[in-house]
Design a protein around this ligand. Sequence first.
Ligand code: GLA
Length: 356
Amino acid sequence: MAFSAIAQGETKMSIWGHTADGTAVPIYTLTDGQIEVRVTAYGAHLMSVKAPDRTGKLADVVLGYDTLDTYLIKPNPYIGAIVGRYGNRIAHGKFTLDGKTYQIPLNNGPNALHGGPKGFDEYVWQAKEVPGGVEFTHVSPDGDMGFPGTMSATVRYTLKGSTLHIEYTATTDKATVVNLTNHAYFNLHGDDQGNNLDQKIEIDADRYTPVDATLIPTGELAPVAGTPLDFRKPEVIGARIDANFAQLKIAGGYDHNWVLNGKPGTLHLAAIVTDPVSGRKLTVETTEPGVQFYSGNFLNGSFTGRHGVKYEKHAGFCLETQHFPDSPNHPDFPSTELKPGETMHSTTTFTFGVEK
Ligand code: GLA
């Protein structure tokens, strides 16, 4: 029991280790009230969030590793990473912008995933303390992973009460595409407490983007009504995950983009997850038009997290707020294009509460 172990409204920095080229990697610990958040400049990863249950007992509710060395193993399941320049998939790694075709190296079957083989999650970002937290900056050169334009991206983590704010910005010197998100895996039981199929999720979306066999959107915005993807009312994650529904068979569970009902550009509800056992409740709000609810289908025990726990299938779920996958090839989807002189702004908040 640790009611008073956590200090109020502080940020502390410590050096965690070094990458192979000798770059020092800091960790920042943000505390406010009962919540403690840890983030690192390596890939701007969200490493840890300690949150109380209904009795006040703290547990880490995001998956993460003890050692920097584990984060350095590639490829990996992006546990807690910031993914960029383009979170999720681009079909065949190819898109056309202003009449020119660009090719991103493929790293997921026939497609490019999370920015290609060396994404933003593999760099040590510059760090600067800001009120309530830390801001990370990464500059990606023109042509990095095939993308046009020098991109300067920032990710700002701040903790206010029990809400973790993640704010993203990006600028470029040539027209390009951008889709930044955080790839934290949550487990409201605690990171060492098995799978989360018994937790309840509600997603504020009437539609989703169905995918082909390689998880690329077909372009359709299909109603969730009458499908196991209908989470307009809270449902247990595991209740319908094995249903005989083609979209679930393709992905081995949930790994889809929901089209959020709220207005893009303003903060609106994405999802609420509750854990009937601990009482913990996670509320996710975003300015983004979509959220990828991914039920950790590809976790297979090959990565060992804190407390020596092997992360097996469904050990954590992700709520990746985002523009829709493969938007550069779908002119009807909200645009991911970024032009010189513009700034991409995006905010997502994660609020940790309890239900009695
Ligand atoms: C995203 C994708 C999944 C998977 C994970 C990483 O959530 O949609 O298909 O690739 O990233 O393992």
